[in-house]
Design a protein around this ligand. Structure first.
Ligand SMILES: Nc1ncnc2c1ncn2[C@@H]1O[C@H](COP(=O)(O)OP(=O)(O)OP(=O)(O)O)[C@@H](O)[C@H]1O
Ligand SMILES: [Mg+2]
Length: 248
């Protein structure tokens, strides 16, 4: 279970998250929606342990824990090894490191798959890449360097499919995808969810269209750093029709 309690976060002295509580149980998909600047990405980075995001610990019952173990003192790489994964809203490019090399390295560090031979890994990678419509040529190029927006997003999901985390945070993985790519990516996520029934997902999105393919059990609305409302799938439809003005 991924538990977040009483989370207050500031960046460069500015309060951004102002008391977030969220519990994601194994196998659950939670959608987080909300206007630009409401704190969704801040929540994602904070969960991963980005050092820029300052937690308010004093006088609070702050909690971020994974399967009962507090993550508050863990670095981002330790959190990744414990099974937390973040698909970035804006994936970064790394010149000179190929996609294949990067994925092999992260999977050996995070999953301890160093026992896998280079050939075995390449087979696994090819299989997963094919399912996600990622061309072989892309795997040999520098990570995200001059990749199209959609190619970067597919690659994030390829990484998730290889790493098989316990909890995945997908930050606007659907934005910038064309209609076909959206379905390919959604199928990819669903496939990992089917193979790994215990994976919990926090799906940050602006659009209800991806929720037609990846069905959340719970939809949350984040407004100015707080979860203003939580509900079922129909909450996403309501937001699409009404926007966020009712929360003003
Ligand atoms: N490193 C930073 N320095 C200064 N301000 C920041 C920083 N990171 C986030 N913020 C501010 O925090 C607020 C929340 O940003 P965040 O990226 O979490 O929003 P979001 O809900 O993900 O928005 P979007 O839907 O546009 O992606 C914004 O006002 C943003 O400018
Ligand atoms: Mg964001």
């Amino acid at each position: 279970m991924l538990t977040i309690k009483n989370l207050h976060v500031s960046v460069e002295g500015k309060d951004i998250l102002r008391g977030v509580d969220l519990v994601v149980r194994p196998g659950e998909v939670h959608a987080v929606m909300g206007p630009n600047g409401s704190g969704k990405t801040t929540l994602a980075y904070t969960l991963m342990g980005h050092p820029k995001y300052q937690l308010k610990v004093k006088n609070s019952k702050l909690k971020i824990s994974l399967d009962g173990k507090s993550l508050l003192n863990n670095t981002p790489d330790e959190r990744a090894r414990l099974g937390l994964f973040l698909a970035f809203q804006y994936p970064v490019a790394v010149d000179g490191v190929s996609v294949e090399h990067f994925l092999r390295r992260t999977s050996s560090v995070i999953n301890g798959k160093s026992s896998m031979s280079a050939l075995q890994f390449r087979r696994l990678l090819s299989k997963e890449a094919e399912k996600l419509g990622v061309r072989e040529e892309l795997l040999r190029r520098s990570l995200n360097e001059d990749f199209s927006g959609g190619e970067k997003k597919r690659l994030e999901i390829l990484q998730m499919a290889i790493l098989r985390p316990k909890y995945a945070i997908l930050d606007e993985t659907d934005s910038g995808l064309d209609i076909d790519a959206l379905q390919v990516v959604a199928r990819g996520v669903n496939r990992v969810l089917r193979d790994q029934k215990n994976m919990g997902v926090i799906l940050i999105t602006h659009y209800q269209r991806i929720l037609r393919f990846i069905k959340p059990q719970v939809v949350h609305v984040m407004i100015r750093g707080r979860i203003a409302e939580s509900g079922g799938r129909n909450l996403a439809d309501k937001l699409e029709k009404q926007g966020y003005k009712t929360y003003e």
